[in-house]
Design a protein around this ligand. Sequence first.
Ligand SMILES: NC(=O)c1ccc[n+]([C@@H]2O[C@H](COP(=O)([O-])OP(=O)(O)OC[C@H]3O[C@@H](n4cnc5c(N)ncnc54)[C@H](O)[C@@H]3O)[C@@H](O)[C@H]2O)c1
Length: 312
Amino acid sequence: MNDLEGKVAVVTGGAGGIGRAMGRRFGQAGMKVVLADVLAESLDQATRALADDGIEALGVVTDVTDYSSVESLAKEALDRFGAVHVVCNNAGTGGVSEGYMWEHDLADWRWGIDVNVLGVIHGIKAFVPILLEQGEGHVVNTCSGNGGFAPIARGAMGGPATAVYPMTKAAVLCLTESLYTHLEMTGSGVRAHVLFPSGFLNTGIWESWRHRPTRYAATQDRRTPDQTLERVLGRFESAGVHVEFTPLETVAEQVIEGIRANSFWMMGPPAPSDQVVSSKAASILSRGEPDYLVDVLGKHAENTSETGGGKS
Ligand SMILES: NC(=O)c1ccc[n+]([C@@H]2O[C@H](COP(=O)([O-])OP(=O)(O)OC[C@H]3O[C@@H](n4cnc5c(N)ncnc54)[C@H](O)[C@@H]3O)[C@@H](O)[C@H]2O)c1
């Protein structure tokens, strides 16, 4: 499916950040775009911005934690555009937990798992049968080096970082590998891809707590202030680490190229963070200590990677 012109893309978490950038890039490639997000106002703004640029776009308020909501999204996309060719399971929430993992609020675990893992499963269940019936299509699941490679287990100050976020992203990689195999077994032209957005990205994920749904309300009092991007940048600065943001368009380009090339791994060029992958493989093969689990600042210093922020 090299020619994307006239095809239809659905992007969850499309109201902001990476999802919004992907929607725009798909539109620039001549695709019709369905943006889905739980934030109605931002979704409306994002959809209107695409339409203003002459892109055929539909915004559907969707909660990926609710399967019936994702089913309705699929139905609305089909009703409007008659087909779906690319599905990006991209909606995500960042780490809001504090302390050691045995101290994390159970509500943090439930929220992270429901959005980042169950949300992807819902997208697969609702959309893959549609793609299979068409005999073509792409499923792009957004992962992260933080968890997909190895968890950032220590935060910038040496304390623990959230265990929730990396655990959910490890699950996203694992289930996308299963999806790849299952799709191969069908002999169809439907392909699975896993996206590792690279670089330090200026998105809402650092401050996910701002839109915490009431049904996942914290059940424990916080001992530390909520994370802000400003505070994270301050930590890096005081450690002498200069942060440069990677444009979100670069990530969106990675996705378009990955679809055109039919690549399972949607990654940027070789980066220092690849070292974590080889150190991890070496540790497993030698039955050694997991010495690839590095401090967030140490890692960030050698690689301007998203994983550096700790999402904690
Ligand atoms: N920003 C980074 O550095 C980075 C790096 C690697 C991976 N990621 C992943 O990229 C994806 C997009 O995140 P982003 O960085 O653009 O952050 P973002 O916060 O800007 O975007 C995430 C979007 O998901 C939406 N969302 C949250 N819960 C939802 C729900 N229940 N139903 C529907 N939509 C929901 C949010 O409203 C938001 O618009 C996430 O899966 C994230 O884990 C981000």
